[in-house]
Design a protein around this ligand. Structure first.
Ligand code: ADP
Ligand code: MG
Length: 341
């Protein structure tokens, strides 16, 4: 696949927000919307009610500071971040921030309940596969086994604020949960400022608070996998809550007619080869939705459905390789509908 095509895949959001027309920063009437580039993705935040926002530009700066703050803690590629320091520690204990401990503990919970389908030590595999690199290729079998031998979330131990990797070659990657965690933190910050109607979109990791107004919901769509026109396959109307998608069509390359994407199966060392093209999770917390969408994608429809059905507050929409859509039990509470089967 040509590089240009790959960039299109990254930039086309997995979640489509309908009816955003008229919502520009220049529009002084009701909305204030801004974008930025953090966490290796485009973020966009829209404030639908400015009655408690005397200075939207100042608020934008504060939110961007929050993004920078978390990027400087959780990014695997930012030098000196907590994750970078852990990854370079060669097995020595590393003291990290409270927030890093908080996200790690929550991430490890998801590693546990998914029997390691979700695993925040997949970094050696992601580095080897380098799906988003210049000229990605399927790596040699031997290199995959070698990388895989350092993947096991049990290698992480936490004691107070110190994190230790039991294997000096192990590496942490919070890419499957960090955007959700940060979206929740931005929502909490805005709530503390008495701002009630907000849309937070961190590269397709979407979190709604209060709808557009007390009487108007936010309409979102889930992108039809591999459709480069950005057409939706499922739509929903949301007041509060998070929508996150994980899919094989977001970041991938092709070799000999096969797709190799960025979500790794920690059991095989290869990109997860379940029966799915995408999984979308609707949940109260975006961190939970982020971790779960990645985990369910690896688990596949059957095992994934079993797990999500044990979580009554969450709804998962699975799109399988035939483009058939499967809903979990929790979806009966959320107004989701298939646009086109
Ligand atoms: P995105 O970050 O593109 O929105 P995900 O939330 O599904 O998508 O996270 C995928 C990222 O998480 C990968 O780019 C990689 O950094 C990391 N990752 C890959 N496989 C796994 C896995 N099985 N468990 C946890 N993290 C993973
Ligand atoms: Mg995720």
């Amino acid at each position: 696949m040509k590089n240009t095509n790959r960039i299109i895949c990254i930039l086309l959001c997995t979640i489509i927000i309908f009816q955003l027309t008229g919502c520009y920063s220049a529009n002084k009437s009701t909305h204030y919307s801004f974008s930025g580039f953090y966490f290796n993705t485009v973020i966009n935040i829209t404030l639908y009610d400015l009655s408690n926002v005397p200075d939207p530009k100042a608020l934008e700066s504060e939110i961007k500071e929050i993004c920078l703050h978390y990027e400087s803690l959780f990014s695997r590629t930012v030098e000196g971040s907590d994750v970078d320091r852990i990854n370079k520690s060669k097995g020595a204990p590393v003291t990290v921030s409270e927030e890093t401990i908080e996200i790690l503990e929550r991430a490890l919970y998801y590693c546990d309940i998914t029997d390691g389908a979700f695993d925040i030590t997949t970094a050696p595999l992601s580095i080897l596969w380098n799906v988003e690199g210049e000229d990605p290729k399927v790596p040699d079998e031997g290199l995959i086994s070698e990388a895989l031998s350092h993947v096991d979330y049990h290698l992480i131990s936490i004691s107070g604020n110190a994190v230790t990797l039991q294997d000096p070659e192990a590496k942490i990657d919070l890419g499957a949960i960090a955007k959700g965690y940060i979206a929740d933190k931005i929502r909490d910050f805005l709530k503390s400022k008495n701002i009630d109607h907000v849309l937070i979109n961190l590269g397709g990791n979407v979190l709604c608070m209060g709808g557009k107004s007390n009487s108007e919901k936010i309409n979102v769509g889930i992108r039809r996998p591999f459709d480069e026109t950005g057409e939706a396959i499922v739509s929903a109307s949301i007041t509060d809550g998070s929508i996150v998608t994980s899919g094989s069509y977001e970041r991938y390359f092709e070799e000999n007619g096969r797709i190799y994407h960025h979500i790794m199966d920690p059991a095989t060392g290869y990109p997860a080869d379940s029966d799915l093209l995408s999984v979308t999770v609707f949940s109260p917390s975006s961190m939970d939705g982020d971790a779960l969408s990645t985990a369910l994608f690896v688990l596949g429809t059957e095992k994934g459905m079993e797990l999500i059905d044990s979580m009554p507050d969450c709804c998962a929409v699975f799109v399988d390789s035939n483009y058939s859509v499967h809903y979990s039990k929790g979806c009966s509470k959320i107004p989701v509908k298939v646009i086109d089967e």
